[in-house]
Design a protein around this ligand. Structure first.
Ligand SMILES: *Cc1c(COP(=O)(O)O)cnc(C)c1O
Length: 366
């Protein structure tokens, strides 16, 4: 007997999540220092000072369980975004929330819709509960929302939309999202995953919390791992209709968010200067990446996130491996069905310089 034979039917089709290679691992393998990691869309500015101070203040309080209701953090989110605390669900990273949405609303054999090339956690949570994945072929690497509408049937329970999408960086406008929501039956839950929203320009950003008021079946999911720099602490939040939030909070593990994450999140959400600096660097450096690609005839997918996905028109794995030897970690995305692409997270200017130099070296070598 093998234990996979007795696993939940959906689990049998799962493969392990492929994370970006940790810096320490490459250091051990190659015995080199000064490695640049541009692989997991993390924040190149490191841990914000505001969060360090908040965490230090909590270090002697770790004996107690965290506040299961996250009162203080919910109050800060509510005030900052003009929503009610009853609309908020906190997650151990937004991945935790994505899983929670599936657990709360879908059962075995129900259908969950998402796009080809969309965030890999959607198929993961769908298969884990043995629901049926309806993966809609992408249009120009992005979501084909008309295709989504055509796929809706009696079994549809949940729809995932990543905006901007990872790993392609595609972005849907407010108008496209709203036209879509207006046509989705009111009992089907739509998740708008906005892990990268802080990197979009304020004038193009979607007023998603207003949409959540208008469409009670809409859940907005946000992360503090990217623009806010707290990836290692694991914290995210969802905003929805209070009735949905109540259901999510019943299924949620009561202490899913730890003391340090809760207090650091409170601090960084008030730290407007930090996020502004992060977004500004991203805008400037994204332009450098686009210019670099144009100069060297590299095709890329225009991105609204903190990463850019480059098409090498041939298997990208050898390029990834050569970059590793130069001390630069990027992200192969063959697991997404994109074997010719590499995803590169936008770093600090000097980190990006190192990537440009390393890539040019190896492309020139042929
Ligand atoms: C990174 C990412 C997330 C969430 O990350 P957490 O660290 O779990 O908050 C969610 N959605 C997308 C599309 C992402 O790229």
């Amino acid at each position: 007997m093998q234990f996979i034979d007795v696993a939940n039917e959906g689990v049998k089709s799962l493969s392990p999540y492929q994370a970006g290679k940790p810096i320490e691992e490459l250091e051990r393998e190659l015995g080199i220092q000064n490695i640049v990691k541009l692989a997991s869309n993390e924040n190149p500015f490191g841990f914000p000072q505001s969060a360090i101070e908040a965490i230090q203040a909590q270090l002697l309080h770790l004996t107690r369980y965290p506040d299961a209701n996250g009162f203080e953090l919910k109050a800060v989110i509510a005030e900052k975004f003009g929503v009610q605390p009853e609309q908020i669900t906190l997650g151990n990273g937004s991945n935790d929330l994505l899983e929670l949405f599936a657990h709360t609303f879908a059962s075995e054999k129900d259908e969950i819709i998402y796009s080809q090339y969309a965030f890999i956690v959607y198929p993961l949570v769908t298969k884990a509960i043995n629901a049926v994945a309806r993966e809609i072929p992408a249009k120009n690497w992005g979501h084909d929302l008309d295709g989504f509408l055509q796929a809706i049937n009696d079994k549809t329970k949940l729809i995932f939309i990543a905006n901007p999408n990872n790993p392609t960086g595609n972005f849907l406008s407010q108008q496209e999202i709203e036209q879509f929501l207006a046509q989705v039956p009111a009992h089907i839950i739509v998740v708008l995953d906005e892990a990268y929203t802080e990197f979009t320009r304020p004038e193009e950003r979607i007023d998603s919390f207003a949409l959540a008021k208008k469409y009670p079946n809409l859940i907005i999911s946000r992360s503090l791992s990217k623009a806010y720099g707290l990836a290692g602490l694991r914290i995210g939040y969802a905003v929805s209709n209070p009735e949905i939030a109540d259901l999510l909070n019943r299924v949620r593990q009561p202490f899913n968010c730890n003391v340090l994450a809760l207090s650091a999140a409170v601090a960084v959400l008030k730290d407007y200067a930090f996020v502004e600096k992060v977004a500004e660097n991203n805008r400037t450096e994204m332009q450098r990446y686009e210019q670099f690609c144009q100069q060297h005839q590299l095709e890329y997918i225009p991105s609204k996130g903190n990463f850019i996905t480059i098409d090498f028109k041939r298997p990208a794995q050898p390029i990834y491996e050569q970059l590793l030897r130069e001390g630069v970690i990027v992200r192969p995305i063959a697991g997404y069905g994109m074997p010719n692409h590499l995803r590169v997270s936008i770093g600090l200017p000097e980190e990006n310089d190192k990537f440009f130099t390393a890539l040019l070296n190896l492309l020139n070598k042929g």
